[in-house]
Design a protein around this ligand. Structure first.
Ligand code: ADP
Ligand code: MG
Length: 210
């Protein structure tokens, strides 16, 4: 099986649905560590992506990711808007001229994580969405092109959940939650949870096609 960009309509919808479903929970997390607007920001971006999804799903991966990134950058507020926007623009740039298969997808995903790290001046262990995304990028590097889809997707979900959970015991040094210092310990980061939920929803949507 091949995951093609015409699946984007479905994958964006799956991401949007899971955020709506977990709205209260994620809002509580961002209220505890931040200002409580994370779901509003993400839903705003996803709303525009859902609207554009017919058009995006006609594009090749590189153009689709770039357009998604530009939309996130210009339409989502908060720290997450520019970070997620940067992520998808970088993913699109890396994908130019490539045929996207699991191996090239892993390359583009890693380029996107590196761009987000640079944009956020952040790295692993700082209690952000990167604590979900960095382990996932490493997992893709090690397993894309080796594992078949069912095993690859099952492992992906485990790694994303473990990464999200790891933020609970971290002491925040980035974003609004850093103002809480020590008091940030004991709570999961909202961005780590929202990115994990979207990754798992996308994995489930692909699994359902196998
Ligand atoms: P804001 O923090 O501006 O209110 P959001 O609430 O939408 O924006 O997003 C907050 C999330 O953004 C945090 O939970 C965290 O995961 C992520 N985040 C914040 N700052 C950074 C950073 N410098 N690098 C990576 N992720 C970050
Ligand atoms: Mg916030």
């Amino acid at each position: 099986m091949q995951v093609t960009s015409d699946m984007l309509t479905e994958l964006i919808k799956a991401s949007s649905d899971t955020i709506v479903e977990h709205d209260t929970e994620i809002t509580e997390l961002d209220k505890t560590l931040g200002d409580g607007d994370h779901v509003i920001n993400i839903r705003r971006g996803l709303g525009f992506l859902v609207e554009q999804s017919e058009e995006i799903s006609q594009m090749d991966w590189a153009d689709a990711w770039k357009k998604m990134g530009m939309t996130c950058m210009s339409k989502i507020g908060g720290a997450s808007g520019s970070l997620i926007g940067t992520f998808f623009v970088a993913m699109g740039k890396d994908a130019v001229g490539k045929t996207i298969d699991p191996v090239t997808f892993a390359e583009s995903f890693n380029a996107a994580v590196e761009a987000m790290k640079a944009r956020g001046k952040s790295d692993a262990g700082e209690k952000t969405m990167l604590d979900t995304l960095i382990p996932v990028a490493n997992y893709f590097n090690e397993n894309c092109g080796k594992l078949e889809y069912p095993a690859l997707l099952a492992g992906l979900k485990e790694v994303a959940i473990k990464g999200m959970e790891s933020t609970k015991e971290m002491h925040s040094v980035r974003g609004r939650s850093s103002f809480l210092g020590e008091r940030s310990v004991g709570h999961i980061d909202a961005g780590a949870r929202s990115s994990q939920l979207m990754i798992c929803a996308i994995a489930d949507a692909i699994e359902a096609k196998l």
